[in-house]
Design a protein around this ligand. Structure first.
Ligand code: CTP
Ligand code: MG
Length: 230
């Protein structure tokens, strides 16, 4: 199967408080996007990449590719949209015709181990329509109403915190985006697929696939890079 990788990288990194868009924020001397590209390419499973870039930053995003891509991998940059799902949709429209499995991976999950990409691809190639890495939840979660009053405490043992890369049969992902209601936003791709009635399969996630969201995550990423280098 030919595997295409979509990297939503168009976010501004507001919670990080960075001067640059988060994808261009450097961690350990390398940008978030370049780390993510290394992981995706390093998995050896991907033949095409489409990056959704923050508007007006396309050139700078394109420059990242020169350093990180072998000649065997084709890459394109598209302008991202307002919400993550708008960025993914635009990137999906730019995927080459030969792709039959699509991975969607947040640039912000930049230190994801390459092997996780392989695990997800294998599960899709093995017959699952949609595959998502997930980890058991460590905190007790509470559902609250708009006044902050607890409504419900769900059973934690049946919950999973989901990550990326998420993998799909191409038609399944395209159908999900075609069916997506514009006013019902989704924070990941598998939730759109779920709404079309397809089964979403969970594979074990990885603690190092965490998303760089807040400044504390940058500290964690730096520590992890230092440990990997030693
Ligand atoms: N993303 C995107 N297009 C958007 C919003 C987000 O491609 N309109 C991407 C981000 O670049 C990131 C991933 O989706 O790789 C996950 O989003 P998040 O962690 O929320 O990143 P930001 O939106 O940049 O961060 P913040 O919400 O703090 O501004
Ligand atoms: Mg965001």
């Amino acid at each position: 199967a030919e595997v295409g990788l979509i990297i939503p990288a168009a976010g501004m990194g507001t919670r990080l408080g960075s001067e640059l868009p988060k994808a261009l924020h450097a961690i350990g001397g390398t940008t978030v996007l370049a780390h993510a590209l290394r992981a995706g390419v390093g998995s050896g499973t991907v033949s095409s990449i489409v990056i959704a870039a923050p508007s007006r930053w396309e050139t700078r995003i394109h420059e990242q590719l020169e350093y990180e891509l072998p000649d065997t991998v084709e890459a394109r940059v598209v302008e991202g949209g307002e919400r993550r799902q708008d960025s993914v949709r635009r990137a999906m429209d730019a995927l080459p015709g030969n792709i039959d499995i699509v991975l969607v991976h947040d640039a912000a999950r930049c230190l994801t181990p390459p092997a996780l990409f392989g695990d997800v691809v294998s599960a899709v190639a093995g017959g699952h329509d949609a595959v998502v890495p997930g980890l058991p939840v460590v905190d007790t979660l509470r559902e609250v109403d708009d006044r902050g009053v607890v409504v419900r405490t769900p059973d934690r043992t049946v919950l999973r915190a989901v990550q990326t890369p998420q993998g799909f049969r191409r038609e399944v992902l395209e159908d999900a985006y075609r069916a997506a209601a514009p006013d019902e936003p989704a924070t990941d791709d598998a939730s759109l697929v779920e709404r079309t009635g397809h089964q979403v399969h969970i594979v074990p996630g990885h603690s190092e696939a965490f998303k760089v969201t807040h400044p504390l995550d940058v500290l964690l990423a730096e520590a992890l890079l230092a440990r990997r280098a030693s």
